[in-house]
Design a protein around this ligand. Structure first.
Ligand SMILES: *[C@@H]1O[C@H](CO)[C@@H](O)[C@H](O)[C@H]1NC(C)=O
Length: 647
């Protein structure tokens, strides 16, 4: 028998198993490694990424470079660098993690050691590197899964945190100085005697123009020279550079479980909260007001329509009252014989809606997983990997939805539907992606997705998405179709010409602005982390914004559809999709504004890349957001015409 006192045990058991589940998800970044004094700690290197410049906070490039790009002349480990295995998502988002020659030993401090023999920079390489310094490129190192950061003090809260990445060089008096020395500071936490865990790493780079290696062979000792003489690469002749480093191990009270907190610092939580709550309140207020008015009007309409109907039927003798009824029969009821008429190009709409549903599910589940904490940044690339996997498996939903919608349109071209649903949108995305990738590849940037990864993605699509989508479409095709609430007439009604905001383009633009307005603050943060290579982790905000986006899109689109129907225009399907999707137009415009304000690409291809990706994101946004509005209107139209008594 189940009694109340059993409940806590059950609950505890549940919490225990779910936390075990969570730890199973976390594995790579979260299982602590214990080091004894003198144990070798591996330092891995990732690609070089552009960051915001110190001068005007602009980002000047969109490309990342491989750490072992020949022009940088960074020291290589014996036998050449090895690739560290990574997840698919991590590779897609540009991570290129490799081994390094740095020899860090737990708790062993070292000062001024040469990494390898001096490197010789020819003028061409010097030009290349100086340009990268001007563009504020950052080095990205990883120690024990933690990114090497630079200490930074938040002026608002006066707390110290670590900003991932450190500068390749600096510019002083227009002169680029290469940082060839690194002070590596590692925080460790002693769990027990002889059990140390790494809980933080910062690197302070500096430029030492006179450093020389003094030892030979295994002896890496060096002389760092006068710290006031910077290392400047000569663009007209050869320059000799010795890469040096020092290591300092600092005991720390930070525990392993909280070691990421220092990296995930919320810049302005107050502003963030304020703006989000602000827009949420406005939006909810608006929607509440509008929907009360709408529901009241609708109730009145329905009552009146049904009463008139009754009058017309019961009072056969009184021709006058029937006449009256016809006169008063106006507004959305008039189009009841046409609202469920299939729209033009119903195949295209069904395909788009199916894909939108797939994207919607993917986005929703990814954000939900991230909010629960399954996708912590300690697990590199997990976010992108989960996104790809979810997209792949939700192919089933895409197929199902598109064929259900197509069936309700009484479509007949089933074969094209089966093929186009899983292929049309992915083909567009993939071709744009492939084209952009060609440019990245031509720039010798490491951001280019390797050919093998592309093949893997195509393979996954072929083996999983395609069959799943076709299976979904098939099931949707086989299911019996429920009748529409009202019959559709043989002959289509004439549609009176629209005016003002009911014309297609103004109407679409008006509807799009509100959902965008509700979320654009969060959009700014997402774009910031995307283009200046920061870690994004404010998934709670993102979750709320996603909710706001859905609610706003749905509400405003329903309102627009109501007005359109009242104007005796029954072409609501495409209108609903396009109106709700129109927020994508604003997203694109906003990304252009962001470009003008925050980015300052010094090459044509950088701009092209930015434009391409922005277009791609806006397109996917259009499909996803349009689907939200379409289904909201779908439910609305079915509800209101379902409560009519016709015939
Ligand atoms: C290593 O350097 C750090 C920072 O200067 C210092 O706090 C620590 O005591 C040093 N450790 C050893 C073993 O000398």
């Amino acid at each position: 028998m189940f009694t109340l006192d059993r409940l806590p045990t059950g609950l505890a058991l549940f919490v225990l198993t779910s936390s075990q589940l969570a730890s199973a998800f976390y594995l790579p970044g979260i299982t602590p490694t214990n080091y004894k004094t003198g144990d070798l700690v591996q330092l891995n290197v990732n690609h070089l990424t552009p960051s915001q410049s110190q001068k005007d906070a602009n980002v000047r490039s969109a490309f990342s470079f491989d750490y072992y790009h020949h022009a940088f002349h960074f020291c290589q480990p014996d036998g050449g660098p090895q690739s560290v295995s990574e997840s698919l998502g991590s590779i897609l988002f540009g991570d290129r993690i490799q081994t390094s020659p740095y020899q860090l030993k737990m708790q062993v401090n070292e000062t001024c050691r040469a990494v390898c023999d001096e490197a010789v920079f020819e003028p061409r390489d010097a030009k290349f590197v100086n340009r990268r310094i001007h563009q504020s490129y950052n080095l990205n190192w990883l120690v024990d899964g933690l990114p090497a950061g630079q200490p930074y003090k938040d002026p608002n809260t006066d707390t110290e945190f670590y900003m991932p990445g450190f500068a390749l060089g600096g510019v002083q008096n227009e002169q680029p100085r290469l940082n060839n020395h690194y002070d590596i500071l590692i925080d460790y936490h002693e769990v027990r005697r002889e059990q140390h865990r790494i809980v933080g790493i910062t690197v302070e780079p500096s430029s030492f123009g006179e450093s020389k290696r003094t030892g030979d062979g295994e002896d890496h000792s060096a002389d760092c020279g006068n710290p006031d003489v910077p290392m400047v690469l000569d663009e007209d002749g050869q320059s000799r550079v010795t890469w040096t480093y020092s290591v300092y191990w600092r005991p720390s009270a930070t525990s392993f479980a909280t070691r990421w907190d220092k990296y995930l610092h919320v810049y302005d939580p107050k502003i963030h909260w304020f703006s989000l709550i602000n827009s949420a309140v406005i939006v909810i207020f608006l929607i509440g007001m509008v929907s009360t008015v709408l529901v009241r009007t609708l109730r009145k309409d329905i009552k009146r329509y049904n009463r008139l109907d009754q009058l017309g039927l019961d009072d056969l003798g009184g021709g006058d009252s029937v006449e009256d009824g016809v006169v008063e029969d106006s507004g959305w009821k008039l189009v009841h014989g046409d609202v469920f008429r299939a729209p033009k190009h119903s195949l295209a709409l069904a395909v788009l809606v199916g894909n939108g549903a797939q994207l919607f599910m993917m986005t929703g589940f990814t954000i939900a997983f991230a909010v629960i904490g399954f996708l912590s940044p300690s697990n590199r690339g997990s976010l992108a990997t989960v996104m790809i996997l979810l997209y792949t498996f939700f192919g089933f939903i895409g197929g199902y939805v598109s064929s259900r919608v197509y069936k309700s349109f009484s479509g007949t071209k089933w074969k094209p539907l089966f093929v186009l649903t899983p292929s049309a949108v992915p083909a567009i995305v993939f071709s744009v992606f492939f084209l952009l990738n060609l440019f990245v590849w031509a720039r010798q940037s490491s951001g280019a997705v390797p050919f093998t990864t592309m093949l893997v993605i195509i393979g996954i699509w072929f083996v999983i998405t395609l069959p799943l989508s076709i299976a979904g479409s098939w099931i949707g095709f086989k299911q019996p179709q429920k009748d529409a609430p009202v019959r559709t007439n043989q002959i289509p009604r004439q549609i009176p010409p629209a005016s003002g905001y009911l014309r297609p383009l103004p109407g679409i633009l008006i509807v799009g602005v509100l959902p965008f307005g509700a979320i654009f603050v969060e959009l700014y943060f997402v774009m910031n982390s995307l283009w200046s290579h920061r870690i994004y982790y404010m998934f709670g905000f993102l979750f709320l914004s996603f909710g706001l986006l859905i609610v706003t899109s749905a509400a405003v689109t329903i309102l627009m559809v109501y007005f359109v129907l009242c104007a005796e225009n029954y072409h609501w399907q495409w209108r609903a999709f396009a109106s709700s999707g129109a927020s994508a137009i604003y997203v694109f415009a906003y990304s252009l504004l962001y470009w003008a304000r925050m980015l300052n690409f010094s090459s044509f291809t950088g701009g092209l890349l930015y434009l391409g990706y922005s277009l791609l994101i806006s397109f996917l946004w259009f499909v996803m957001s349009g689907t939200t509005g379409f289904f909201a209107s779908w439910v609305f139209v079915h509800r209101i015409y379902g409560s009519l008594k016709v015939d």
